[in-house]
Design a protein around this ligand. Structure first.
Ligand code: ADP
Ligand code: ADP
Length: 542
């Protein structure tokens, strides 16, 4: 046994090699006999952004409900009468003592941004302005609306907003509240990098300038690194138990997480490290050309939006990363390739069979996951399919569930599996990282790469997570221009050239962490930032 239970493990959680110290103590909360237990709590600090890094299903929501005073923790003694005074006693002398005292006295107010913004329209009728005005307790709405670029959709019905718009509205609604404690469960899904950086700055400013406590769960590591002042790593066995570590520095927390080994806890959380290559890793596959397209242009309406595409070649057997801001024409380009849309000038004229995963995954039929996937491929259930698709995408546990009951991350994994399982000449995945936790991003990345290699498949991936793009792509295609007005698509190029073009547009440079070679965003105007900009080396700096 792993030591949590005395007898046979009810959770199949017996692979734990050494018992983490935390598990020798009592949990903070246990939902019932043999039910999920949470060990450790994050410690929000006034004036600071506290990050949590770890998989879904590990007790973040449980922890936040405790910190919000909604759930009275039972210290693992679910059959005893435990109250806040007992909890306070258990935390006396820790960094949480003052906080828990305030919770006990009913003095903590909380604002919360939910993880799945796609569900907001189900609980709110009205337009953006009506939603936001209800929340404007700090009188900060005008600034939030301006910086998050919500202005154009202020009078749109919440039902009509895209995921990226809903995300920004939800962030504004949370930050406009006047509370002590703010909890944001993932800020980046559906946002482009510029929007991610803006959201990070707004959260930091609220902490620094107004002395508030911010707690953020985030799976985009480049943004988490930029955003947080301290970090708790969370690990455990989803559904069985979760451990939230003591706070670490952000740099150490992310490095230890990537290395798979937590130093202070003396705990291995993953068999293999996640490693980044220091220098431009792949200069692009050398495969034969799969597609060659000429210069193309496409306008909508009376030229409200115009896209110009520079001619290019897509190779067989490569993963081509596509980056650029939202509203710049990436999906339009994809539709020109698939023949769903005809160019005004130039003719893509492609006779290709394309398997497409859209950005907003809408599979929600009343159908079981296994029935859905077996209707797509007759490989379903073969040992090849199980090893290459089902296992890395962690589908086994959800095979018998209904599509309509899946969480956002589960639905994403099913949609990636469905896209890759179809037989096609070209696979196109639009934002596969959305709602996947870090671990799932890494696994999905390797599933997509292995699939491309083994099936001689060509895969196009649109995504905003820089780390994922670095691990995933052989070459890059960069879009720039002015969102919603005009876009320009460059020809596919090497990773180094692509990252340089892309990051030059954003004026963001990355340095390398000395210990792990992990890319880290430079402080604007720091010496390295200036040096790299003048050298034109934004990402793979020597
Ligand atoms: P996260 O936010 O990290 O995804 P949660 O805190 O929501 O995780 O849930 C952690 C675990 O606790 C899950 O396995 C969930 O099923 C379980 N759980 C959540 N609420 C309850 C409850 N009221 N009773 C029993 N188990 C629960
Ligand atoms: P991206 O995929 O980069 O976010 P899109 O290709 O979806 O960008 O859209 C680019 C611009 O074209 C946006 O301003 C969008 O509103 C506009 N647009 C997209 N489809 C249509 C359409 N069918 N009619 C009019 N405008 C459209």
């Amino acid at each position: 046994t792993c030591g949590i239970c005395v007898e046979k493990c009810p959770f199949d959680a017996i692979e734990i090699i050494n018992l983490p110290n935390e598990l020798q103590d009592d949990p903070v909360h246990r939902y019932g006999e043999n039910a999920f237990s949470l060990y450790g709590l994050p410690a929000p600090q006034e004036g600071q952004v506290t990050g949590i890094l770890g998989p879904n299903g590990i007790g973040k929501t449980t922890a936040v409900r405790i910190l919000a005073g909604e759930l009275e923790p039972n210290l693992g003694r679910h059959d005893e009468d435990i109250d806040w005074d007992d909890v306070l006693e258990a935390y006396r002398g820790t960094e949480l003592q003052d906080y828990i005292e305030d919770v006990r006295d009913g003095d903590v107010t909380v604002a919360r941004k939910p993880q799945y913004v796609d569900q907001i329209p189900n609980s709110f009728d009205g337009n953006t302005r009506q939603l936001l005005e209800q929340t404007d307790e700090r009188g900060a709405l005008d600034e939030l609306v301006e910086r998050l670029e919500i202005g154009p959709v202020m009078d749109h019905s919440i039902d009509d907003l895209s995921g990226g718009e809903l995300q920004r509205v939800a962030i504004a609604a949370t930050l406009a509240r006047d509370t002590d404690f703010y909890f944001l469960d993932e800020v980046t899904p559906y946002l482009d990098i510029g929007q991610r950086v803006t959201a990070a700055r707004l959260i930091q400013e609220l902490a620094e300038e107004e002395d508030r406590s911010m707690l953020v769960v985030e799976h985009d590591l480049a943004i988490l690194d930029l955003l947080a002042d301290t970090l708790h790593v969370a690990y455990g066995e989803p559904g069985a138990y979760g451990v939230i570590t003591s706070p670490k520095s952000v740099r150490n927390g992310i490095n230890e997480y990537l290395s798979g080994y937590l130093d202070n806890e003396n705990m291995r959380i993953r068999p293999n490290p996640i490693e980044f290559e220091e220098h431009a890793p792949r200069s692009g596959g050398h495969g034969d050309t799969l597609i060659e397209y000429p210069d193309l242009t496409k306008s909508y309406g009376d030229g409200e939006f115009t896209l110009e595409v520079e001619s290019g070649k897509i190779r067989e057997n490569e993963v081509l990363g596509i980056v650029g801001p939202n509203g710049i024409g990436k999906s339009t380009f994809a539709k020109l390739l698939t023949g769903n849309l005809e160019a005004d000038e130039g003719d893509a004229d492609l006779d290709l069979n394309i398997s497409y995963k859209p950005q907003y995954v809408t599979i929600d039929q009343h159908m079981r996951v296994d029935a859905f996937l077996s209707s797509i491929t007759d490989q379903f259930g073969s040992s090849y399919w199980n090893t290459e698709i089902a296992q890395p995408l962690q589908l086994e546990r959800i095979m018998e569930q209904n599509l309509s009951d899946l969480s956002g991350g589960e639905r994403q994994r099913v949609a990636i599996a469905a896209c890759l399982s179809d037989s096609a000449d070209l696979y196109l995945l639009d934002e596969p990282s959305a709602h996947l936790d870090v671990e799932q991003r890494v696994q999905a990345t390797s599933a997509i790469r292995r699939y491309a290699e083994q099936q001689d498949a060509t895969v196009l991936v649109i995504d905003h997570d820089i780390y994922m793009m670095d691990l995933l792509a052989d070459r890059m295609m960069v879009f720039d221009g002015e969102p919603a007005a005009h876009g320009r698509a460059g020809t596919p190029q090497s990773m180094r050239g692509g990252m340089n073009d892309f990051l030059a547009n954003l004026e963001v440079t990355f340095r390398r962490d000395e210990r792990t070679s992990r890319p880290r965003i430079n402080k604007p105007d720091s010496q390295l930032d200036k040096q790299q900009k003048s050298d034109g080396e934004y990402y793979y700096a020597p």
